[in-house]
Design a protein around this ligand. Structure first.
Ligand SMILES: NC(=O)c1ccc[n+]([C@@H]2O[C@H](COP(=O)([O-])OP(=O)(O)OC[C@H]3O[C@@H](n4cnc5c(N)ncnc54)[C@H](OP(=O)(O)O)[C@@H]3O)[C@@H](O)[C@H]2O)c1
Length: 151
């Protein structure tokens, strides 16, 4: 939901043509889309997300409307925000396989529940409308991060 370059730069067309699957990188936005990241609580010192602009407290606050929308959709669908984010990825193409990361068994079970969430065309259009109306306003990486790693 956060970074959709692969849909927009022709990669999906190539995958479709050659029947290649796609694993979307960090399908829960590294936890951002789950609505559990509190801008008033510091991430642990050893949490690398502290270096990602999206996880700066001011940017978490600035993007709360996205989280609010996902939470609202989750209530409507009797699901959780994580399940909404994953079900949306699953709904994009049949050959997309998200592998959400978690250190907690109960969340693994919750995330598997995304397979049971099915959107109507109208719901998918509403999600697309929200994503278009509320684009991410900060850069993906800061210089320190991009200097230290390749992606
Ligand atoms: N090749 C690469 O360089 C690379 C880099 C990054 C990721 N990946 C791959 O992408 C996949 C997942 O990436 P990721 O773990 O970075 O990001 P992610 O799946 O988008 O998000 C994982 C984060 O979300 C939290 N989370 C998971 N389920 C949750 C739930 N139901 N409710 C609330 N929070 C939840 C996890 O915290 P808890 O642990 O506390 O649950 C964790 O902080 C993996 O397959 C990984 O190998 C690959």
């Amino acid at each position: 939901m956060i970074y959709r370059e692969s849909e927009q730069n022709g990669v999906f067309d190539v995958l479709e043509k050659h029947r290649i699957g796609f694993v979307p990188y960090s399908p829960l936005g590294r936890g951002f889309l789950t609505g559990t990241i509190n801008p008033n609580e510091k991430l642990e010192d050893n949490d690398f997300r502290r270096n990602l602009p999206l996880f700066y407290p001011e940017n978490i606050r600035a993007h709360q409307k996205i989280i609010g929308f996902i939470q609202e959709m989750a209530r409507e669908k009797n699901a959780t925000p994580s399940q909404i984010a994953l079900a949306w990825v699953l709904a994009r193409r049949p050959w997309i396989v998200p592998i959400p990361g978690t250190t907690k068994l109960h969340r693994l079970e919750e995330n598997i529940g995304a397979c049971e969430v099915v959107f109507t065309d109208d719901e998918l259009a509403r999600i697309d409308g929200m994503l278009e109306a509320l684009p991410i306003q900060c850069s993906r990486y800061n210089n320190r991060f991009t200097d230290a790693t390749t992606d």
